[in-house]
Design a binder for this molecule. Structure first.
Ligand SMILES: [Zn+2]
Length: 62
């Protein structure tokens, strides 16, 4: 009983971790469609996507 239970739990953990890794994708820049790694805020309304450098709306990555 104990062995079977721990086996099934290990199986579920590894498959859910693989799903998360394969389904995640970075957000896309609304202007040039490049993957956005981070956004720099230069002011309350000035936000720039990196690495492409396009200006994006505030809270784009949130
Ligand atoms: Zn861009």
């Amino acid at each position: 009983m104990e062995t079977a239970e721990s086996d099934s739990r290990t199986d579920a953990d590894s498959s859910s971790a693989a799903d998360a890794a394969t389904t995640w994708s970075p957000p896309r820049c609304p202007r040039c469609d490049a993957p956005v790694r981070t956004v720099t805020a230069l002011g309350p309304t000035d936000h720039y996507a990196h690495p492409c450098g396009c200006r994006v709306y505030a809270g784009f990555l949130e």
